[in-house]
Design a protein around this ligand. Structure first.
Ligand code: HEM
Length: 417
């Protein structure tokens, strides 16, 4: 008799219902029970909207590191029937940015960025990050004298845009505009954007295109000692057509802004939220600030800024016994994988001493180039908060945006104890 190794079918309606729950306020506040149900359905399960979901840490890690898996670049997007979703201007623009390029184009673009945040550059940036953090906390301290303050609005949204803005040499007058455009742009990268969200994303993309095209033109006219001018010099050596070089630099500049704002803001807000939810660990850290880096890594594991990463199957293949067809999209459920009991002991517990590796910055050839800067900003803010604001407390329930892939804490009210 032949043994049947058939995998029981997954109820697609049950998966859809889990994703609906994820977007509710309680799902946003605590997605872990939903992820537990998702993982219980299998390591690899069909996604109700097509393709598959990968829920296990081992498999997410394996796919990220396997160079044969592709990202959903422009060629893949043009083959999709859902033109509203994949043919929209914002989606086409994303397809030209670094994380959506496949080799060999990806290799050239990534190399052209250089090692943006190597040890030496970070040493230089540390001073400016600490200065900006200090200024923001001065303002926070002043405002706290009058009552409650929204920590996101005043600190965690402001620090990343000011750091990247200063680094790129952008005028502070433009920071509020860039903050708001990046929030709108991200809808195109979400799992289920509505038509109105896609329209917002398209409008933001158009404004960002104008803004960064003008910035690149300005640096052509008056090059300086900034990354955009450095990328122009690199690209002039790689490409004889100036328009092609300018387009490449435009795309790099746009992407570092998109990549570095919401993600880092989420890390900073979540760090403050989680540590205040665990006051004993917070107090211990105040006495042992040398453990700040491992606390930041636990925040990144516990609630990563990006909970889903997409990949495209390069050929018909099998993942955990499940057939995945060539060109199918799989969603690597990093948020769920970070609480996989096969990888982490007591995965639902927040433990700042854990020192466990995580996938928050991705893996393989697309590994995040901004990870050292994000860590630097988090270290600077946490160090200053521990020293300067021992009496800080969370004074209201936090509010999250109803997202699935890109987490966003929109409000975190704080007050003095
Ligand atoms: C906590 C903050 C951040 C998180 C969680 C994060 C996360 C990620 C992830 C998951 C990827 C890989 C995406 C994929 O494989 O499809 C990525 C790529 C990237 N990130 Fe970050 N990021 C953060 C901050 C930053 C910052 C501050 C910058 C730059 C200033 C940056 C620049 C990039 C770039 C350029 C890539 C593309 C790398 C490539 O495709 O080769 N990121 N990031």
């Amino acid at each position: 008799m032949e043994l049947s190794l058939a995998i029981p079918p997954v109820d697609r309606r049950a998966v859809s219902s889990l994703f609906s729950r994820l977007r509710t306020p309680s799902g946003q506040a605590n997605p872990l029970p939903i992820y537990k149900e998702l993982r219980a359905m299998g390591d690899v399960i069909p996604a109700p909207w097509g393709g598959h979901l990968v829920n296990s840490h081992t498999l997410c890690d394996q796919v990220l590191r396997d160079r044969s898996w592709k990202v959903p670049g422009s060629e893949w997007r043009t083959r999709q029937e859902d033109v509203t979703r994949w043919g929209a201007p914002a989606s086409r623009q994303m397809a030209d940015t670094l994380p959506m390029l496949n080799p060999p184009h990806h290799t050239t673009m990534r190399r052209s960025m250089g090692n943006m945040f190597d040890r030496k550059s970070l040493e230089v940036m540390r001073e400016s990050v600490d200065r900006i953090t200090g200024r923001l906390l001065d303002r926070l301290t002043g405002d706290l004298c009058h009552g409650e303050v929204d920590f996101c609005e005043l600190v965690t949204e402001e620090l990343p845009v000011t750091v990247i803005g200063e680094w790129l040499g952008i005028s502070p007058v433009d920071y509020p505009l860039l903050r708001s455009l990046t929030h709108d742009q991200v809808f195109t990268q979400e799992l289920f954007p509505s038509r109105s969200q896609l329209a917002l994303s398209d409008a933001a993309t158009h404004r960002l295109r104008e803004y960064f095209t003008a910035l690149v033109e300005e640096r052509r006219r008056a090059p300086g000692n900034d990354p955009v001018s450095a990328w122009l010099r690199t690209w002039d050596g790689l490409e004889s057509d100036r328009a092609v070089a300018d387009e490449a630099v435009y795309s790099l500049t746009l992407f570092v802004l998109l990549a570095g704002l919401e993600t880092t803001s989420h890390l900073l807000s979540t760090m403050v939220w989680l540590l205040h939810e665990h006051p004993r660990q917070l107090e211990w850290l105040r006495a042992h600030p040398e453990h700040i880096p491992s606390a930041i890594d636990e925040v990144l594991r516990y609630d990563a800024p990006i909970h889903m990463i997409s990949r495209i199957a390069p050929k018909d293949t099998t993942l955990a016994g499940v057939r995945v067809h060539k060109d199918e999209m799989v969603q690597l459920m990093v948020g769920a994988a970070h609480h996989d009991p096969a990888k982490y002991e007591d995965p639902t517990l927040f433990k700042i001493h854990r020192r466990a590796p995580h996938l928050s910055f991705g893996g393989g050839i697309h590994y995040c180039l901004g990870a050292p800067l994000a860590r630097l900003e988090a270290t600077s803010l946490l160090t200053a908060l521990l020293e300067r604001l021992p009496g800080l407390r969370i004074s209201g329930s936090p509010v999250w945006a109803p997202r699935v892939a890109f987490r966003r804490l929109t409000k975190l009210t704080v007050a003095r104890a």
